[in-house]
Design a protein around this ligand. Structure first.
Ligand code: PLP
Length: 389
């Protein structure tokens, strides 16, 4: 979907002609007679501002319906409520930490079994799938090492037992990747990241492929009630207007940053699906529309938390913070921040080295970002009297 279509799929207000979407800050709607209304009765069930966002997101992803939730995790939670005790999930092994916590500490307790596998090899999914599998859950690319899984192949495997394929499309965004067209049934987004895009809100989105799934998710959304408020719906819509522009610039910056990092003498490994050396580059290229995202991770030759700590406290444009996808560049040290709750052994097994640093490129000028990283390398060298070999 092009920027033209995205922008013009956002309707102006039919009542007043307001070109931007009004914020309907209301809890209830007056009825002409009991049950006779203008399509809205109570704001948990539906709200006109939220409806615009939900319709736009469904269109962005090419789905049947969209649903807006209070956070990305609330969106994930709503999808998990499709399950019953005894059902099983096959999930990507380096799943988002918050999803892992929800699966393990909430849903396993309720009788849902989760198997974690490396989904970059679709065989691993095929070997585990059974009639008990109700959801196959992948992220592609993953956080923070940007592993890419073959959505189309995994979709065929899921279908063979009637399971739904869920894709967390947060990192690729609808600009780079259209999972429904590749065989996914449900998409979730942390709207907090690229879709919102300005680090000023938390939001979650679900997009369903079929009417049957839409009805089920709609029921859960209303029954559980973790909806997104109208003001945050407005901000998310406003974010979507510039999504393509921002995402493409972020991809361009990430490319420039990755190219700089692979040549830097203090850097050990660079993780970026746009590099031909990335082990899932060919599938990423095929599946992601030639766009590889705005996230670049790297490890240092001096593979210690201390060295990473030094680096992440010496950048100026890259702000040290969790989250990603906003217009301002951010960086984080996953072993001490986003992935601190995972035991070190398990972290190392999934490729998260002690010195791993994750960059989320914003929309600044790429040379400014490179200069910033360069001076951070220089200042760690200086702070420990480092002599270039
Ligand atoms: C941030 C994130 C989430 C959770 O979203 P919140 O809005 O923080 O609840 C889920 N999946 C991925 C890939 C994320 O990056």
């Amino acid at each position: 979907m092009s920027a033209t279509k995205i922008i013009h799929s956002i309707p102006s207000d039919p009542l007043t002609g307001a070109i931007s979407v009004p914020v309907y800050q209301t809890s209830t709607f007056i009825q002409e007679a009991p049950g006779v209304n203008k399509g809205f009765d109570y704001a948990r069930s539906n709200n006109p501002t939220r409806k615009v966002l939900e319709d736009v997101v469904a269109e962005l992803e090419g789905g049947h319906s969209g649903f807006a939730f209070s956070t990305g995790l609330a969106a994930i939670d709503a999808v998990l409520k499709l399950l019953s005790a005894g059902d099983e999930i096959i999930a990507v092994d380096d799943i988002y930490g918050g999803a892992y916590r929800l699966f393990t500490h909430v849903y396993e307790k309720l009788g849902v079994k989760v198997h974690y596998v490396d989904t970059t090899d679709a065989e691993n999914v095929a070997n585990l799938i059974s009639s008990k599998t109700k959801l196959v859950w992948i992220e592609s690319p993953t956080n923070p090492t940007l592993k890419v899984s073959d959505i189309q192949t995994i979709g065929i495997i899921a279908k063979s037992v009637g399971a739904y394929l869920v894709v967390d499309n947060t990192f690729a965004s609808p600009i780079a990747q259209k999972p429904l067209s590749l065989g996914a049934d449900i998409i979730i987004h942390s709207g907090t990241k690229y879709i919102g895009g300005h680090s000023d809100l938390v939001a979650g989105l679900v997009v369903t492929k079929t009417q049957e799934l839409s009805e089920k998710v709609k029921f859960i959304q209303n029954a559980s009630g973790a909806v997104l408020g109208p003001w945050d719906c407005f901000l998310t819509i406003r974010g979507i207007e510039t999504l393509e522009l921002r995402y493409k610039k972020q991809c361009e910056n990430a490319f420039a940053v990755a190219a700089f990092l692979i040549n830097h003498h203090a850097v050990q490994d660079v993780y970026f699906p746009g590099l031909v050396t990335h082990k899932n580059h060919s599938i990423a290229k095929r599946q992601q529309n030639g766009l590889f995202g705005g996230i670049v991770s790297f490890s240092l030759k001096e593979d210690t938390q201390e060295a990473a700590n030094n680096f992440v406290t010496h950048t100026s444009y890259f702000k040290l913070a969790e989250s990603l996808g906003g217009v301002k560049s951010l960086l984080c040290h996953p072993p001490q921040m986003t992935h601190a709750s995972i035991p070190r052994e398990k972290r190392l097994r999934s490729g998260i080295k002690d010195s791993l640093i994750r960059l989320s490129c914003g929309i600044e000028h790429s040379q400014d970002l490179i200069n910033d990283l360069n001076q951070a390398f220089a200042s760690i060298n200086k702070s420990r009297n480092y002599v270039k070999p």
